[in-house]
Design a protein around this ligand. Structure first.
Ligand code: SAM
Ligand code: FES
Length: 377
């Protein structure tokens, strides 16, 4: 037996029991990981996920409603300075028809994601949120539209939005400064996350794995930040270079390290909603399946109109943007059932204690069964 491996396995046991480690302990795990250690971690992560969510995998329908953005994040393909991006915005009616199609396919959570686009003022978004919630009262609505004021966030919550995804990107302020122009700071990002929590949203943060300049120490800080924030959702995926950004020549992150971190996060936050992301499926053709087997329990197929999907190009070779895109729902279903899990028709609220405060008290089993029948047809 390799004694070093034994010590690392002890750290994994400690993480399972105490849900956090010191920065140095996290660094030892990350730097010392082997395939044997990963397997031991994933086995535990699957067991813990099983205790909270069984074999269920939740669906989120991603509607990428604008690729205009006022920001210039160095990693992002739709950054303001990318003059080669072909820009689009969806109207309220287009967004609603994405939801209608999604509802028929069994989606019960819609995620409105976009760049930071001033066209969608607070009143415009409030109207969109109210309309979606009026049409689909049994669905959850997640926003992922970047940094806004406390008052804006509160107006979205009052209009009916349930959840908010805002990745923190990196919890190290100096590293944050290497990924973003000076007007964007970790401090401001953190304040937004605190505001969202205080208002009552189910909150998601997260980070890219293998972003330029990232070290194991940075990742340890990210994990400790998760422990402090106690989010209901965590989105992580590998950094993947985009050819029209300042990071065009940078190396991409790996699926292997992303999977290891997914396993660690499941042990830290046992009931967290943890997606196997599109970026993970892009860097490895079986990335999403491997993500579920490492402890993830959410997938986020694309519900955007097929004509705009190749315009929301955050990084090169993003999957589900070509002619096959209309088949996303069927494809994901086959992939998940192929590894022994099942996609469920459900809002997929967090089972974390003190999670969503306004869960839909659903007696909608009949509607859900009908949706499954409809989909299987
Ligand atoms: N504007 C919103 C925001 O900033 O939160 C939502 C859209 S933003 C494009 C969503 C996420 O995409 C970011 O939080 C970032 O982590 C991820 N992303 C952007 N560029 C990426 C890249 N090159 N590789 C991997 N992920 C990337
Ligand atoms: Fe704004 Fe990427 S720079 S969404």
């Amino acid at each position: 037996m390799n004694p070093a491996i034994d010590q690392l396995k002890d750290l994994i046991d400690k993480l399972e029991a105490e849900h956090v480690l010191s920065g140095q302990e996290f660094v030892s795990l990350i730097d010392g990981r082997t395939s044997e250690l990963s397997e031991c971690l994933f086995e535990k992560a699957r067991r813990i996920r099983q205790e909270h969510y069984g074999n269920d995998v939740y669906l989120r329908g991603l509607i990428e409603f604008t690729n205009y953005c006022k920001n210039d994040c160095y990693y992002c393909g739709i950054r303001k300075s990318n003059g080669r991006a072909s820009r689009y915005r969806l109207t309220k009616d287009q967004i609603l028809s994405c939801c209608e199609q999604g509802y028929r396919l069994g989606f019960r959570t819609f995620v409105l994601q976009g760049g930071e686009d001033g066209f969608y003022r607070d009143d415009v978004l409030v109207e969109i949120i109210r309309t979606i919630k009026a049409h689909f009262p049994d669905c959850a609505l997640t926003l992922s539209i970047g940094e806004r004021s406390y008052e804006s966030y509160r107006s979205f919550y009052e209009a009916g939005a349930d959840r908010y995804l805002l990745r923190h990107e990196t919890a190290d302020p100096a590293h944050y400064g290497k990924l973003h122009p000076p007007v964007l700071t970790f401090e401001a990002r953190k304040k937004c996350l605190m505001d969202l929590k205080e208002i009552g949203f189910e909150v998601g943060c997260g980070f890219m794995v293998g972003s330029p300049g990232q070290t194991s120490e940075h990742l340890a800080k990210d994990l400790i930040f998760l422990h402090e924030l106690q989010p209901q959702m965590v989105g992580i995926g590998p950094f993947i270079a985009h050819h029209d950004t300042p990071f065009a020549a940078e190396e991409s992150g790996t699926a292997e390290l992303t999977l290891f971190l997914l396993g660690l996060i499941r042990l830290m936050l046992p009931a967290v909603l943890l997606p196997a992301t599109t970026a993970l499926g892009t860097i490895d053709p079986l990335g999403r399946e491997k993500g579920i087997l490492a402890g993830a329990n959410v997938v986020m197929p694309n519900l955007s109109p097929v004509e705009v999907r190749d315009k929301y190009m955050l990084y090169d070779n993003k999957i589900c943007t070509g002619d096959e895109a209309a088949e996303c729902r069927g494809c994901i279903d086959r992939r998940i059932s192929g590894i022994g899990y099942q996609i469920v028709v459900d809002r997929g609220d967090s089972k974390q204690v003190g999670g969503d405060s306004r869960k839909f008290d659903s007696d909608s089993k009949q509607a859900d069964d009908a949706a499954i029948r409809n989909f299987n047809r």
